[in-house]
Design a protein around this ligand. Structure first.
Ligand code: ADP
Ligand code: MG
Length: 629
């Protein structure tokens, strides 16, 4: 860009998403308006942290000796509020990029959520990372004067009324940093009161690690809470720090504060939030743990310090053993950080395990919100799989509806003759209990875990086993169940204990396979059924039927569901009659229709719907024949 061009003031349009956001901010957010102070101060603090880190490295920066801090001037005569920082500042391009667009991927869902307008509105703004725009809840005009730390950069002023567009002008004579000048709307004049602003800073920004002054008075208590000793810190202080750290309004569910000296010196303070923001469908959480060295932030939201599935954890890790001038690449390759990460991950998992046994009800609250992350860990974290499995909770045939049990509790209830842990996936408890897969287990009084999320089967097959017991899907071909107990209530099918002879069974299964063709890989006699005439079982050793469904839905090119075996209950009334009518030369077409319908019913119970129109036609044809009688 030519110098002369740059000096021309320019009027630019906001990105469409920003226009939508501003429209909501200006026209429908009226609660918790004071959070705009927190958002602007947190941006100032971020940019000061960035500068502090840069200044530990080599290089030439503008106004090197300017002290780091935030200065606020509240002018209740002019109804103006000015918030200045001496951080990294922004270039012209950065002003356009950062204050004119939303980079976040989930912005559409976020806007929809925001427009729905429950009371969380204004709070969501900061958590989603569009905090700057909250200033338009109170401002009729906002000017942002900024001077980048880069020695070559020139100063610019960005200004907007929040409606559709903004202007950018060159601004000379600025010192390094950013100065935000807010002209307050009449209904927001209260925010030009110094006492009001001081109170807001005390409430939300007390932990900002730089001096904040309001009309000349220093208001915050600068301190790195994580370096203090645990018994000196009050519950209140911890919670306040958490809220500051994660822009949250509610207290965390859990807190873990640890320090170690050997082999690595470190202090870590972790929080589990009161809610899982990913549940609201506003996209994937960014990692929430900041990495410090000697109280200097070296990496906000570090991707290296905890595994990805722990992105719901908020907190701080500070180690004196980390060099201050560590670069992003070095963090990624640092053996020290890998060691710290391994240690901290284990500590967090065992912490959760302890909490679960200490207070099951509270753990249940955690589980309801964060189970997806633990399951993700079971699939992705080979090293900690066994430990993570201890955190899992499921409903089962032995729990009441909505009650949960752990795998260890399951093992505690296992019968001596039982070799494996069994589970079955289905859309709901009712569907699972109405289906054919539990029959074999009920008749042997064996507990079955109910899985109701598609991801659950991936968890079970990743674990492979738990405390030496294999995890097996109840729809697998080979169950190898213990024999039924003597005297256990033998609820045989309607055909009575005799059922079909092996000769009859052989003829029937061969003919059924002929009728069904490639729809099934095999038709055979079932050892597992008690009431149902037939069931679909799965010969695949790697993928359960539920997993095949998920993969098929995710990627149509994967082809269909894998081969399936149809097992028939040779003591079932329907199967016996079918065999005998076929043998005595009954209506071939009708009987073939019955075979197809039996298979379709079994597929349905396995969660694999067939062709509905064909099925309906067929049922009418069978009814037609039955009614001829
Ligand atoms: P977030 O802080 O979550 O990124 P914001 O909407 O609060 O979202 O801010 C958008 C971006 O604008 C920031 O990421 C930062 O790059 C830039 N920014 C805002 N305020 C300042 C400031 N005082 N100094 C430097 N950059 C800033
Ligand atoms: Mg921000």
């Amino acid at each position: 860009m030519e110098d002369s061009e740059k000096r021309e003031p320019q009027k630019l349009e906001f990105q469409a998403e920003v226009k939508q956001l501003l429209d909501i901010v200006i026209n429908s957010l009226y609660t918790d308006r004071e959070i705009f102070v927190r958002e602007l101060v947190s941006n100032a603090s971020d940019s000061l942290e960035k500068f502090r880190l840069l200044s530990t490295m080599e290089g030439d920066y503008r106004d090197k000796d300017l002290p780091l801090g935030v200065t606020i001037e509240a002018d209740d005569k002019e109804h103006k509020l000015v918030i200045s920082d001496t951080g990294v500042g922004m270039t012209r391009e950065e002003l356009v990029q950062n204050l004119g667009t939303i980079a976040h991927s989930g912005s559409r869902e976020f806007l929809r959520k925001l427009a729905e307008g429950d009371r969380k509105d204004s709070q969501l703004i900061g958590q989603f990372g569009v905090g700057f725009y909250s200033v338009f809840m109170v401002a009729s005009l906002v000017s942002v004067q900024s001077q980048s730390y880069l020695p070559e950069a020139e100063g610019f002023e960005w200004s907007s009324e929040g409606t559709g567009s903004y202007t950018i002008n060159q601004a000379d004579g600025l010192k390094r940093g950013t100065r935000i000048i807010i002209s307050l709307k009449e209904d927001a004049w209260e925010f030009a009161g110094a006492d009001r602003i001081k109170a807001i800073i005390k409430q939300y920004s007390n932990f900002v690690p730089f001096d904040i002054s309001v009309n000349g008075d220093k208001v915050n208590t600068v301190q790195a809470i994580w370096t203090r000793s645990r018994n000196e810190i009050k519950e209140e202080e911890y919670n306040e720090f958490y809220k500051f750290l994660s822009n949250a309004f509610t207290d965390p569910i859990y807190r873990l504060h640890l320090s170690s000296d050997a082999p690595i010196q470190m202090n870590a303070l972790f929080f589990i939030p009161g809610d899982n923001m990913e549940r609201f469908g506003i996209g994937r959480l960014d990692p929430g743990v900041n990495l410090y060295s000697r109280k200097v932030l070296i990496q906000p939201g570090s991707r290296e310090i905890l595994p990805d599935y722990m992105r719901f954890v908020k907190g701080v890790v500070d180690s004196e053993d980390l060099p201050l001038n560590i670069s992003r690449e070095t963090v990624q390759n640092s053996r020290l950080i890998k060691k710290m990460s391994r240690f901290l991950t284990r500590r967090l998992i065992s912490f959760l395990e302890d909490e679960a046994s200490r207070d099951a009800e509270k753990y249940r609250e955690f589980w309801d919100k964060f189970s997806v992350f633990i399951k993700e860990g079971c699939v992705s974290d080979h090293d900690n799989r066994e430990q993570l499995a201890k955190l899992l909770r499921f409903e089962s045939s032995s729990t009441g509806a909505g009650e949960l049990a752990s795998l260890s509790e399951y093992i505690g209830r296992m019968k001596e003759s039982q070799k494996a842990i069994y589970y079955i996936n289905g859309p709901s408890r009712e569907a699972i209990e109405a289906g054919p897969y539990l029959e074999a287990f009920r008749s042997r009084d064996i507990e079955v875990i109910y899985l109701m999320e598609p991801v659950d089967d991936f968890v079970m097959t990743s674990l492979i086993e738990y405390q030496g017991k294999k995890l097996i899907s109840a729809d697998h071909v080979n169950l190898d169940l213990p024999a039924k107990e003597e005297g256990s209530e033998e609820k045989a099918g309607d055909g009575g204990p005799e059922g079909l002879s092996s000769g009859e069974t052989g003829q029937l299964t061969a003919w059924m396979k002929e009728v069904l063709g490639d729809a099934v890989s095999e038709v055979r006699e079932s050892q597992r059924l008690v009431n149902s005439p037939a069931v679909i079982v799965n010969p695949d050793h790697m993928l359960t039927t539920s997993m095949q469904r998920v993969l098929q839905a995710a990627n149509n090119e994967m082809g269909g569901i894998g081969p399936k075996v149809l097992e028939i209950n040779t003591k079932s009334d329907v199967i016996i009659k079918l065999a005998r009518l076929k043998a005595s030369g009954g209506d071939e077409e009708l009987l073939a229709s019955c075979v197809e319908q039996i298979a379709d019913n079994a597929f349905l119970a396995a969660g694999i719907p067939g062709n509905r129109h064909r099925m309906v036609d067929r049922v009418y044809r069978i009814m037609g024949k039955a009614l001829e009688g």
